[in-house]
Unconditional design. Sequence first.
Length: 212
Amino acid sequence: MSEVLANISAMLQKGKRKDVARLCQQAIDEGLDANVILTDGLLAGMDVIGAKFKANEIFVPQVLVAARAMKAGSEVLKPYLAGDDASGKGKIVMGTVQGDLHDIGKNLVIMMFEGKGFEVIDLGVDVPTEKFIQTAIEEDADIIGLSALLTTTMPVMAEVIKAAEEAGIRDRVKIMVGGAPVTKEFAESIGADAYTEDAPSAAEKALELISA
């Protein structure tokens, strides 16, 4: 692996946004392929961040800073990436369900998804059921991600799954659920495809679902 790629990964892990952007440009100038820079530089760095976060070696602030650095690097690479779909891994529609205004967990998961190379459409918080379905259809999404932090809003997840069935897209869209009160048992009971207890696991699970 070239020195510049190792440096991109290292600076991303430290959250040095300007350095990451500068090094990505340097790698392009040196003739490295943008997809290689993305995979072996930026995404490699985010993998380390994900693993450390999972092991409680770093915490939310460090993840946020690293994700910002990743974004800065991605902006530099965007014009050089093959095709307009730079993500390549798949498309995820993500949001916090209706009646719930929590977004820290959702945002962390989105960063981990992007760190694995997914394109994420963030619908925000308090998202109506039909908005999830409509966006998944319009964007031809592979996965719908549902987040909830209140036990009172958990039943809305079941409504989204039912709506996906009624819209005729359930067979081609995987549905992932998560949030503090959500359990594996609950996810199974409403017919979700996956539940994970933390953001790094969610990103790994999404890759599994896509490749299956």
